[in-house]
Structures are given as C-alpha cells and as structure tokens.
Design a protein around this ligand. Structure first.
Ligand SMILES: [Fe+2]
Ligand SMILES: [Fe+2]
Length: 218
C-alpha cells in the first residue's frame, strides 16, 4: 500500500521525487487535466464541495432545495399530528405507521439541509413562511381515513415536485440529484403504504357493513 501511495505521488515530499504512475504510463491529456483540476481545487478551497466544475445555477439549486426542505418539515409536523391523533382514537397500527413516516421525513429534511450547506447555502428552518415555501400542505384531517387520505395527497405532491427537481438538476448537479432520487424512492414507498392502509380500512368497513345485524357489535 505504502509503495502504491508513493508511486502515485501522494506522500508529501515524495511528490517532487516520484513520477506518478498514471502520468508516467499515459503522458499527455490526462496530466494536463489532473493538474488543472488540482489547481482549481486549491484556488477556491474555502468553497468546500463547490468546485469550478459545478455546472448548475448554485443560487437556484439552493432555493429549490430550501423549498424541498420546507416540504419535508411540513410533512414531519403533519405526520406527528396524525400520529398523536390516531393514538388518541386507539388506531395503534396506523399511528405507528404515521410515526415511522414522520421519522423518515425528518431524515429527508436532514439530508437536504446537509446538501444545502455543502453548496455553501443556508438551510431555512424558519417557521415564518414555512407553509408558503412548502409544496405540500398541512391538513389536519377529521377522521382516520381523512388523515391517511391527506397524507397520500401530500406524498403525491412531493413525488411530482421532486421528479420535477430531479429533471431540472439533470447532469448539472449529480450529487443533489442523487439525494433527491433517494428521497423520491422513499416517498413512493410512503404513498404505496398509505394506499394499502386506505384499502385495508375500506375492506374492514365493507366487511362490517355486510355482517348480519346479529354479528355486529353495537
Ligand atoms: Fe420526505
Ligand atoms: Fe413521505
């Protein structure tokens, strides 16, 4: 290993003495490219992960990511509310599902906030205007079915807007795109789970309605 590092010229002072292996084998374009990349990396070192090769409109991406962050924060709040309300009406299985979603939305919010700071931006956690920045809404819902339906609507809005963001990012910011793709896949799972919950509640209700009167508990 030490030998390999030495030969790649990565061991401090060895740089001057040892010709990097790759360069010695393939002189030409690669050498110029790698030197240029190193030069640019040193030039704006204080900008962290944002290099001059970054092709997207950084300010626009930060703005879009802050909207996605607001969307996630509103989802956390809505799922938390639904979790406690469902617990109150003894629908424990659904309440557990809401809590799991709330925790996953919080993870999404953290991933997005982290990416914003990597882009030298500031994640907006301000409660002021949160609902305005968010793509999905905070709807409380009056019944268990209402709550699930509202969550499904919010997930579908997130799926649509995140797909749009992913298309916008394209190849200009592949790291932000990957973050959003990972989150999108999780939102699709959420939507699927909520759909299954709605269907199972509808089935239960249908079974209850079809029971002979003597078989119903009053
Ligand atoms: Fe989310
Ligand atoms: Fe979600």
């Amino acid at each position: 290993m030490a030998v390999a590092i030495e030969r790649l010229g990565m061991k401090g002072k060895q740089d001057e003495k040892v010709t990097p292996m790759k360069v010695r084998e393939k002189p030409g374009a690669f050498l110029r490219d790698i030197e240029e990349i190193r030069r640019r990396a040193r030039q704006h070192i204080e900008r962290g992960a944002v290099t001059e090769g970054y092709k997207a409109d950084r300010e626009a991406v930060i703005g879009i990511l802050n909207e996605a962050l607001a969307t996630e924060l509103v989802c956390v709040l809505r799922y938390k509310r639904h979790h406690y309300m469902a617990s109150g009406i003894h629908a424990q299985a659904v309440a557990d599902e809401f809590l799991e979603h709330a925790e996953e939305e919080q993870k999404h919010a953290d991933l997005i906030a982290e990416r914003i700071t990597q882009l030298d931006g500031e994640p907006n956690f301000s409660p002021e205007g949160l609902q305005m920045r968010s793509h999905s809404e905070y709807v409380e819902g009056n019944s268990l079915v209402d709550m699930i339906r509202e969550d499904l609507v919010a997930e579908r809005i997130a799926i649509d807007s995140y797909s749009e963001i992913i298309r916008y990012l394209g190849n200009d910011d592949p790291t932000s795109r990957r973050v959003m793709e990972e989150i999108l896949a999780n939102e699709e799972e959420h939507a699927e789970e909520l759909k299954t919950l709605l269907q199972s509640i509808a089935t239960d209700e249908a079974q209850f309605t079809n029971l002979p009167r003597s078989g119903r508990s009053s």
